[in-house]
Design a protein around this ligand. Structure first.
Ligand code: SF4
Length: 426
């Protein structure tokens, strides 16, 4: 039987899909090149925003017609949406045959042997130990180091659908990284909802970074995502400054620049604390690039409170920010707040946020002109076969003249121009 998997949402889902590939391949299923060729279509879903769920439902509705020509064709929903509303999805006539939650992927081959099935139980111990994911990226690998989250930010569905935090054993992580490097991937990103609280036996996160760097000599670039500002320790800052394999970039979600809103988000830090962490990072690693997540229109957010976020953006000058309008998620604390803002206000604030960030990003990218940067060439440029593209150490997309022989190699190049999103190099 052949299967095809579509993945939605964050890098955690990309990594989970790679686990699912490993489980299905081991059980004798074959990965299809396209949906046309597949007998089983799996959707690995995201519940963080309503929009993400609606997109998947739209895709399922577009694909269910295949059952007419291929009666054995099956549709599977995996991931957070399955975990959240898996039984509902099966009960409604949507064409979905199976729903499998985030801790039940090992059971997939057994479930697929049945006509239909639901597997949603949480398993607070599940770390998919001794499973080697099939990394799909040709140049960069995302390696999970922990699962779940204990933070319960008031807007966030993740702890409700992914369970409590647990850290993957060091040797599993090491084998995963070694395997990725052996397959020619030089840029490794360690993944978790809150990597700063990684803890396995006597290994805390800064030690994990040090040990991986020492134990995998061929690895040239190491990154991690996502960091929680309340847990970003001085020890981590020092490790980033001292370890030449750690790239000069950190993604540090701010969410809001206003303390009252941060409190109601249950983020457990103030803007002053956040700024202190940014200053510590910038003082230890002067050329570090900073990216963040921001929410516009959280319930009860006043215009003045929203402007605090804009002021924070101007003060910090992120290289890039992922801006979202608040999306109410059933079951979260914030969904019960009575002062939900109208969609029009959320959208208008989001647009102002995006416009401001575009200006800042353009400025930050233009500041790179004249500098020499190291580009890990990952592919041809989308616009021209005589150009190649890749990422700098500080997580900026760069394009430069070149050919296929440069792909998979590190090139030092001079930045000669920039847009709000790409460095143009030679
Ligand atoms: S840290 Fe907060 S935003 Fe991030 S996954 Fe956990 S609850 Fe969600």
């Amino acid at each position: 039987m052949k299967y095809y998997i579509e993945t939605y949402g964050c890098q955690m889902n990309v990594a989970d899909s790679e686990l699912v590939l490993s489980i299905l391949n081991e059980a004798g299923y074959i990965q299809a090149d396209s949906i046309d060729d597949a007998d089983i279509l799996l959707f690995n879903t995201c519940s963080v925003r309503d929009h993400a769920e609606q997109r998947v439902l739209g895709r399922i509705s577009n694909e269910r017609h295949r059952k007419k020509d291929k009666p054995h064709f099956k549709i599977v929903v995996l991931g957070c949406m399955a975990q959240r509303i898996g039984q509902r999805l099966i009960n409604e006539d949507l064409g979905i045959d199976y729903t499998v939650g985030v801790d039940q992927y090992r059971a997939l081959p057994h479930i697929l042997a049945r006509e239909t099935g639901v597997a949603l139980d949480f398993n607070s111990q599940e770390l998919y130990e001794e499973l080697l994911p099939v990394h799909q990226g040709s140049r960069c690998a995302y390696v999970t180091i922990m699962r779940g989250c204990n933070n319960f930010c008031s807007y966030c569905i993740v702890p409700h659908v992914r369970g409590r935090e647990r850290s993957r054993p060091y040797l599993d992580i090491l084998h995963d990284v070694q395997n990725a490097i052996g397959n020619g991937m030089m840029d490794i990103t360690l993944l978790g909802q809150n990597v700063n609280s990684y803890h396995y036996r006597d290994i805390e996160f800064p030690q994990l970074l040090k040990r991986i760097s020492q134990d995998v000599p061929d690895m040239l670039r190491l990154r991690f995502v996502t960091s929680h500002p309340k847990d970003l320790s001085d020890a981590l800052v020092m490790e980033m400054a001292d370890n030449p394999k750690l790239c000069e970039h950190i993604h540090l979600p701010l969410q809001s620049g206003n303390d009252e809103i941060l409190h109601r988000m249950n983020r457990n830090y103030s803007y002053k604390h956040y700024l202190d962490r940014i200053l510590a990072l910038r003082s230890a690693i002067p050329d570090i690039s900073l990216t963040t997540d921001l929410i516009a229109g959280f319930p009860g957010e006043s215009e003045a409170q929203f402007e605090d976020t804009l002021a924070a953006m101007r003060e910090i000058e992120y290289d890039y920010a992922f801006c979202f309008k608040y999306s109410s998620r059933e079951g979260t604390e914030a969904a019960g707040f009575i002062e939900q803002l109208p969609e029009a206000i959320r959208l208008e604030r989001l647009q102002r946020m995006i416009d401001l960030q575009r200006e800042i990003t353009l400025k930050k990218f233009r500041e790179q002109i004249g500098k020499r940067v190291e580009v890990y060439v990952e592919d041809f440029s989308k616009k021209s076969k005589s150009m190649v593209s890749g990422k700098t150490r500080d997580y900026k997309i760069a394009v430069l003249s070149g050919d296929g022989s440069m792909i998979g190699k590190l090139k030092t190049a001079e930045v000669i121009d920039a847009t709000a999103g790409t460095l143009i190099c030679r």
